[in-house]
Design a protein around this ligand. Structure first.
Ligand code: MF3
Ligand code: CO
Length: 250
């Protein structure tokens, strides 16, 4: 069941989303060769708690940390660790959620660690562009899979593939609500989009094949073929006049 949100509720989600954006900006600044993903995680948790909010992922289905930090062929849900040290040329996807006043915000970025290859830079750029194409399609009167198709077409036109085993989601008083928001689908299909829907749109894009495997830690998803993967996510609200991104800084 899709739960439509009032403008007041959307503003609460936006408060959570602004904090998410602030954390991601701090992480972008903190990422450099030699830093461990555990240090990033601790810094992120401090920022969230200092503003009186709560990290959304920590404790969610037993997930142990504030951030997901997924390096290179890791797609999503990489667990921060003291033993995981970023090195020049890596790309790292950083995903974070917050809870403010009972409402969730959720977003992710992929960041270069020092200078990276042209190919990796292009993967990051195309993944972020695909997210923005998806967001543009999130308007009343369109259908849900118009978002999915916009993402998929942009990704595949660059020779990359979209992950199918994980999808975006509705969000509000829970981290994951209906509907699921796949990054693949056919234009003109799916439920009609309505003002008041709040969605986390999150393309996960692989340089090679679309298949993923969950590793022995039961969380980290990696590409089956070892190819690089990037991930961007925003929480957005559908308003009468189009999409509003809720995970931007003030
Ligand atoms: N952005 C991801 C999601 O929406 C992060 C969830 S990590 C988890 O599913 F630990 F909370 F599961
Ligand atoms: Co999400």
């Amino acid at each position: 069941m899709v739960i439509l949100k009032s403008l007041q509720e959307i503003e609460k989600i936006q408060r959570a989303g602004r904090l998410v954006a602030e954390v991601l900006e701090a992480m972008r600044q903190a990422v450099r060769p030699g830093v461990s993903t555990a240090v990033l995680d601790e810094q992120a948790e401090k920022i969230i708690r200092a503003s009186g909010a709560k990290p959304a992922f920590k404790g969610y289905r037993g997930y142990p940390r504030t951030l997901c930090t997924s390096i290179n062929d890791q797609v999503i849900h990489g667990i921060p660790s003291k033993a995981t040290i970023l090195k020049e040329g890596d790309i790292v996807s950083i995903d974070v959620g917050t809870i403010v006043d009972g409402f969730y915000g959720d977003a992710a970025i992929t960041v270069p660690v020092g200078p990276i290859s042209t190919a990796a830079g292009r993967l990051i750029r195309v993944t972020e562009e695909a997210l923005m194409r998806g967001i543009e399609a999130a308007r009343p009167g369109n259908r849900l899979y118009d978002i999915s198709a916009a993402v998929q077409e942009h990704v595949e036109s660059h020779g990359y593939s979209v992950v199918r085993e994980f999808v975006g989601h509705g969000i509000g008083r829970s981290l994951h609500e209906d509907p699921q928001v796949p990054n693949f689908g056919e234009r003109g299909r799916g439920p009609r989009l309505q003002a008041g829907m709040v969605l986390a749109i999150e393309p996960m894009v692989n340089m090679g094949g679309s298949k993923t495997v969950v590793t022995d830690d039961q969380w980290t998803a990696v590409t089956a073929d070892g190819s690089l993967s990037a991930h961007f996510e925003h929480t957005i609200a559908i308003l009468d006049d189009g999409p509003r991104i809720l995970t931007l800084r003030q």
